[in-house]
Ligand binder design. Structure first.
Ligand code: FAD
Length: 432
């Protein structure tokens, strides 16, 4: 009999909670990864960079496992079908994996667990991608927090070195299932092509030392670009949080706590994946002008900081946080386009796309989320530009034609008009 460890968004051998527990079970551990046909089918871009990233990571994982005389079994199917086949092929006693808090993942895991139960196989899941999960940080009355600041305070009050300790997986690698290498499907067998986007390296230690001073300026690399690695678990949150604690980099740690806050919110309020956290905001009469949406997507709105951000996103799969806040506010408040359109566009383009943080960020910007900026606070794109890119360095990089005003598009909307209209439309929806 064997145990199976199911890799998902935790693509590393070291300091991996579920893998650690599998290895300690005493059974030989077969590691598997399922390329989910359902998810891949829904990706429009057949050279989606995230698929390339996962593919490369899986390949490296497999090489690492082969050095230990084991191998990663990579399956291309729906989870349901994949498990059916695994059950006929192996004598499985227990399955191990890590928690995933997204609505789709929760349903998937419930279905798999039920199916395994019918075969008397235990399904053991662990917290891995956060320091504190779903119901570990709650109000005194046991209810989930819906405001960040008190959540953050409670988070720190609960933190002890225990939560930052890495899992010593290496000690137990001898318990991996021994096998000849399994064949790895090619990227094109999955219906995809290799993307030639560059992926950021895991390199954050020096950066976080002056994060507090540098993080707000999109022209400099003042942030870690670690989001992609957190998304797919190619870095351990315990390592990041413990480095931040050791260096007393509280500003940066606070951002990692925002990530956990939004994951907790999505877990408890799964409907917020496509509905405003504050239901009254679902009544806003969006204008949803498709031409304006297209101009926004392409970075041709005539507002240089908005355009620079969108072009950075389209070219690199990344956008600086300051600019994410502005382009999201501009789309939802200036253009009165449903925040869900923007959320979906980001979901297609961001390398670090994370449903919980993306929905959280969009709802914050549109004024309809947990800690939302009130609707009457409307960013002025010009004022933001003066404040955060005063020397126009970021603009020069992404919108070079801005230097020659005759070549740059006229603003697609007048700021003062947009501001008044937004106030009117939001107020109308909220006083219904
Ligand atoms: P750093 O500033 O170095 O921060 C380190 C890590 O902390 C990040 O990688 C991320 O995991 C986490 N983090 C930082 N800021 C936030 C935040 N405000 N909320 C939640 N987590 C945070 N972040 C995503 O990871 N995925 C998304 O899809 C996403 N969509 C966003 C959409 C909008 C409209 C907005 C306003 C913000 C969004 N963010 C998202 C949050 C933030 O912009 C990014 O996490 C950050 O810019 C990533 O760059 P970095 O890795 O250099 O972050």
């Amino acid at each position: 009999a064997i145990a199976i460890f199911w890799f998902r968004r935790d693509l590393r051998l070291e300091d991996n909670a579920g893998l650690y527990h599998a290895l300690k079970s005493g059974l030989p551990v077969l590691p598997i990864f399922i390329f989910d046909k359902e998810i891949l089918k829904n990706l429009e871009d057949k050279s989606d960079a995230r698929v390339t990233f996962i593919y490369q990571t899986i390949k490296a994982l497999n090489e690492g496992l082969q050095k230990l005389d084991s191998s990663l079994l990579v399956i291309y199917d729906t989870p349901e079908e994949a498990w059916k086949k695994l059950l006929t092929k192996y004598n499985i006693k227990a399955v191990y994996t890590n928690h995933d808090y997204e609505p789709y993942a929760k349903k998937r895991d419930e279905a798999v667990a039920q199916n395994l139960k019918k075969h008397n196989i235990s399904f053991n899941t662990f917290k891995d991608q956060v320091i504190f999960e779903k119901d570990e940080i709650v109000k005194d009355d046991g209810k989930p927090y819906t405001v960040y600041t008190p959540y953050n305070r409670k988070w720190y009050s609960k933190l002890t070195p225990f939560y930052l300790k890495p899992y010593p997986n290496k000690k137990y690698f001898a318990h991996l299932f021994k096998t000849k290498p399994f064949p790895l499907p090619a990227l094109k067998d999955l219906g995809f092509e290799k993307s030639d986007l560059e992926f950021p390296a895991i390199h954050y230690k020096e950066l976080i030392l002056d994060y507090a001073e540098k993080r707000n300026f999109p022209a400099i690399k003042g942030t870690s670009h670690i989001g992609l690695h957190l998304r797919f678990g190619t870095v351990s949150i315990r390592e990041l949080a413990s480095t931040a604690s050791t260096f007393s980099q509280k500003t940066w740690l606070n951002e990692l706590i925002w990530r956990e806050f939004y994951m907790m919110i999505l877990y408890h309020f799964p409907q917020t994946a496509n509905h405003a956290f504050r239901p009254e905001y679902d009544h806003i009469k969006w204008v949803n002008d498709e031409k304006q949406f297209e101009a926004w997507c392409k970075g041709e709105t005539g507002f240089p900081l908005v355009d620079a951000g969108m072009r950075e996103l389209n070219a690199t799969g990344y956008m600086h946080n300051r600019v994410r806040m502005l382009v999201a506010s501009f789309l939802s408040k200036h253009l009165l386009i449903d925040w869900r359109w923007g959320e979906r566009y980001f979901a297609q383009k961001l390398l670090d796309y994370e449903m919980a943080s993306n929905v959280g960020g969009w709802q914050w910007a549109a004024g309809c989320g947990t800690d939302a900026a009130p609707y009457f606070r409307i960013f002025s794109p010009d004022a933001q530009l003066k404040k955060f890119d005063p020397e126009l360095k970021y603009i020069k990089k992404w919108v070079p034609e801005y230097a020659d005003i005759s070549k740059y598009p006229q603003p697609i909307i007048d700021h003062a008009f947009a501001r008044d209209r937004c106030l009117k439309v939001f107020k109308e929806a909220l006083t219904k």
